[in-house]
Design a binder for this molecule. Sequence first.
Ligand SMILES: [Zn+2]
Length: 54
Amino acid sequence: MKVYYVCECCDKVYAELEIEGEGYTQVSGLCAECLEEIGGGSDLFSISSQWFYN
Ligand SMILES: [Zn+2]
């Protein structure tokens, strides 16, 4: 069985895993790029909410 890790942010398959069994399954998560963007994005978010409240 194949496990596809699909980034829920950019829809990219960022990892594949082969395990015993038939068929395939999808696991949604975040690729390294988006994880980084979101990690740095918390600053962006607070900046944009400041703009919002201004
Ligand atoms: Zn991504």
